[in-house]
Ligand binder design. Structure first.
Ligand SMILES: Nc1ncnc2c1ncn2[C@@H]1O[C@H](COP(=O)(O)OP(=O)(O)OP(=O)(O)O)[C@@H](O)[C@H]1O
Ligand SMILES: [Mg+2]
Length: 285
């Protein structure tokens, strides 16, 4: 049975030409986005998907730090026309491909139009090479963050049970809902003390969303607060590899399993559309 399922998955992968673009984001900072983006990307690699993790938090890139790698070049070099996308692509654990942020670029919209277009066109080339493009974004509703989030066909909004994080998640979800009613938006509750607490957070958020915007976000799963995660982060190791049997690692595998098992409408995926949207959004400001 397992072999058959594996064979089918491979077949589906071969037929597919467009990558699924998943933006990991949050209203409030420090809720665990980068940790989730890195470990989810690795859990998808474990399933043999072709995955690239892009750190689009261009001001304060974190992915390198979490993985303990120091790539010589980053997206800043591409934006400045000094390196190509292929030249800056680094390889992380399990063959995960990484495009580092770390450019110190404060506002994408200030780039000249031609540069931005070249940049976006070169990102589009990744379309055929990958099954999943995971974007680790910054927090909040600044246009640099939103331009990537609103352009993605799938968005994972991360919150913790902290009231401020929930409130900020609500604010962000409202904006996403208004501007991209067609996006597949889902919630991950991080640093919960129990599955029950995480469920209560999702319920609370959804009751407010229902009341004010007549909409509910899909609850994808939780990651519990765990000392092994904090230790892995401090050691610059992904928890999935440092502590493969930790509860967090199991959560990442479960969430990756849900993402991997989905049938996604071919028309709704693809980097090409994605990056043109980023471009349009930035130019419209
Ligand atoms: N499930 C967890 N259990 C324990 N600690 C966690 C967990 N998830 C994240 N952390 C801790 O929270 C901190 C912030 O995580 P992370 O850098 O992933 O957040 P972020 O949302 O990407 O932050 P930023 O908004 O600054 O980009 C890390 O130091 C990490 O140790
Ligand atoms: Mg981060």
């Amino acid at each position: 049975m397992k072999d058959q399922a594996e064979g089918l998955r491979r077949l589906v992968k071969q037929q597919k030409e467009a990558a699924r673009v998943i933006a990991v984001t949050s209203g409030k900072g420090g809720v665990g986005k980068t940790n989730i983006a890195v470990n989810l990307a690795l859990a998808l690699r474990e399933r043999d998907f072709r995955v690239v993790l892009i750190d689009v938090d261009l001001g304060l890139a974190n992915v390198d730090i979490l993985l303990g790698i120091t790539p010589a070049f980053n997206l800043g070099h591409v934006l400045r026309g000094e390196r190509t996308m292929q030249e800056i692509m680094a390889e992380g654990p399990l063959g995960l491909k990484i495009l580092s942020g770390g450019s110190g670029i404060t506002d994408l919209a200030n780039l000249n139009g031609w540069r931005l277009e070249v940049f976006i066109k070169s990102l589009e080339l990744l379309n055929r090479e990958f099954d999943f493009v995971i974007l680790d974004t910054g927090a909040g509703i600044h246009r640099n963050v939103l331009s990537f989030v609103l352009a993605a066909t799938e968005v994972l909004v991360v919150t913790t049970p902290e009231p401020t994080a929930i409130t900020d998640a609500y604010g962000l979800l409202k904006v996403i809902r208004k501007q991209r009613p067609d996006a597949k938006v889902r919630l991950v509750v991080n640093m919960a003390k129990s599955p029950n607490e995480a469920q209560l957070v999702a319920d609370k958020l959804n009751s407010v969303l229902l009341e004010y915007v007549q909409w509910e976000v899909e609850y994808l799963g939780y990651v519990l607060q765990e000392s092994q995660t904090a230790k892995a982060v401090a050691d610059q190791q992904p928890v999935l590899l440092a502590f493969p049997t930790a509860m967090s690692s199991r959560s990442f595998r479960r969430i990756a399993g849900i993402l991997a098992g989905e049938q996604v409408d071919a028309a709704s995926i693809g980097l090409k559309g994605f990056f043109s949207k980023v471009y349009d959004f930035l130019r419209a400001q």
